[in-house]
Design a protein around this ligand. Structure first.
Ligand code: FAD
Ligand code: NAD
Length: 400
């Protein structure tokens, strides 16, 4: 019999873990496995706030795909996915035509959600990718470099606005506020000239998170010079700043957008029923009505029965889903029973720059150095799952 073709879209958390696990689940002669992704490297989306603020070199967040996966077992195609033809079992790629599949795993990640706010794509930094992070870092440094060369420097050059006090916004401002004193020193700028705002629509920063830890984070960031504007949605982004719903205008040359995500636009383009680009998947992670299409990570949606709300899109869930998908692909090929996906949420830990962090693990609250230790161990754990001790030593973080 001919070998079935397994096609995996996206080399992020979901796609990479599916690729490594499936080659362990199935023998070389049981299936052809192809992975398609935009770049020839995998990057750690969860680390991007660091290179974006310039506290880490972007190369530390990425790794060549063929350094991590066994290209004798997996065929890698570097290309952009344009559309999934669900009924014809084909995928259109931007440069290399169409690829056929018997089984598909879609793990294309997320794009920014604007909630209809105008100007986001024209005037803000919103790409949480390696290229996006590099652009943010260079721009921030340029603002410092430019300031002292202006005959009458405008305050907005050194005013930094972060839109959204979710985990992305908070982790980014944590890094930036940690770096600002160094930038001031490097570019001969008094620290009092720098303004940092975090603007949040909800009545609290980190809505839904433990209030005591939210307060810890806010106090710490305020001590580093960050000003929070809570309960204040941004209604427009302009070339020189933001307009708030209450009419206030904050002039700024740097607006960093972090108001949440939606699923990759390929999902909508391909005609899957979706909510903000995310497909409400069956318990075995297949797209409803499709026996051979799995959707995982930020493109998938699952309701948490306890809260009756969707699980947040996280790397933690994407990686766990990938393990279930690898097992279910094997089950389909061997005509066995498929497994239901059961998330096992271990907790949430967020970095605040330097050696600071906050988190809840199990029912234990962590902050300061113990949270920082935990965060670095979580960051290392994924490297371990993906590439064992070698990759962890090469790319891992020092937890102390
Ligand atoms: P991703 O890991 O984003 O991977 C998607 C891949 O698809 C990428 O390689 C991309 O290049 C590729 N791709 C996209 N479009 C195309 C296309 N058209 N064609 C081909 N390839 C394409 N979650 C946590 O659990 N813990 C954290 O601490 C955490 N921290 C975060 C920090 C930041 C700054 C951000 C932005 C997010 C963080 N998250 C965290 C969320 C987490 O990063 C995502 O939930 C996770 O990356 C989703 O995994 P994924 O496999 O769906 O997509
Ligand atoms: P999010 O949805 O968690 O937070 C976005 C925030 O922006 C919300 O608090 C929202 O109220 C606010 N907002 C929305 N519109 C606004 C507007 N017009 N003006 C001002 N504020 C507005 O999104 P995120 O922070 O990008 O995170 C995305 C996902 O990644 C989440 O699931 C998150 O849990 C995960 N993540 C996890 C970590 C971690 O575990 N350390 C870090 C980063 C991201």
């Amino acid at each position: 019999a001919t070998k079935p073709n397994i096609l995996i879209l996206g080399a992020g958390y979901g796609g990479m873990v599916t690729a490594t696990k499936i080659t362990k689940e199935l023998g070389h002669n049981e299936a052809n496995v192809t992975l398609v992704s935009k770049h020839d490297y995998h990057y750690q989306t969860t680390w991007l706030h660091e290179p974006a603020a310039g506290t880490m070199h972007h190369d530390r967040t990425r790794m060549k795909i063929d350094d991590v996966i066994d290209i004798n077992k997996i065929n890698f195609i570097q290309d952009e996915v344009v559309e999934i033809h669900r009924e014809e079992n084909k995928v259109s790629l931007k440069n290399s035509g169409q690829v056929e599949f018997d089984y598909l795993v879609t793990a294309l990640g997320a794009v920014p959600e604007t909630f209809g706010v105008e100007g986001v794509f024209d005037y803000s930094f919103n790409k949480w990718t390696v290229n996006g992070a590099r652009e943010m870092k260079d721009h921030i440094e340029y603002m410092f470099a430019k300031y002292n060369n202006e005959p009458e420097p405008k305050d907005e050059l050194l005013t930094f606005v972060v839109a959204g006090a979710g985990f992305t916004g908070i982790e980014f401002i944590g890094e930036l506020s940690e770096r600002v004193p160094e930038l001031c020193k490097e570019y001969d700028i008094p620290k009092s000239k720098v303004k940092m705002y975090v603007i949040e629509a909800a009545p609290t920063a980190l809505p839904g998170f433990d209030p005591e830890l939210v307060e810890y984070a806010m106090n710490l960031l305020e001590n580093r010079g960050v000003e929070f504007k809570i309960n204040t949605p941004i209604s427009e982004v302009k070339e020189n700043g933001v307009i708030l719903k209450d009419g206030e205008e904050i002039k700024s040359s740097t607006v960093v957008w972090a108001t949440g995500v939606r699923g990759n636009p390929v999902i909508e383009k391909s005609g899957f029923e979706n909510m903000r680009g995310r497909v409400k998947v069956d318990p075995d992670l297949r797209a409803p009505g499709h026996e051979n299409i799995f959707i995982i990570g930020d493109c998938s949606l699952m309701i948490n029965e306890e809260t009756e709300r969707p699980f947040p899109p996280t790397a933690q869930i994407a990686m766990q889903q990938a393990e279930t998908v690898a097992a279910n692909l094997k089950a389909l090929i061997k005509e066995d029973k498929l497994k239901e996906f059961k998330p096992d949420i271990k907790g949430t830990v967020a970095s605040l720059g330097g050696k600071e962090a906050i988190g809840v693990v199990g029912n234990k609250k962590l902050f300061g150095t113990s949270a920082n230790f935990m965060k670095k161990m979580i960051d290392n754990r994924y490297l371990w799952i993906l590439g064992g001790v070698g990759l962890t030593l090469k790319k891992g973080k020092n937890p102390f």
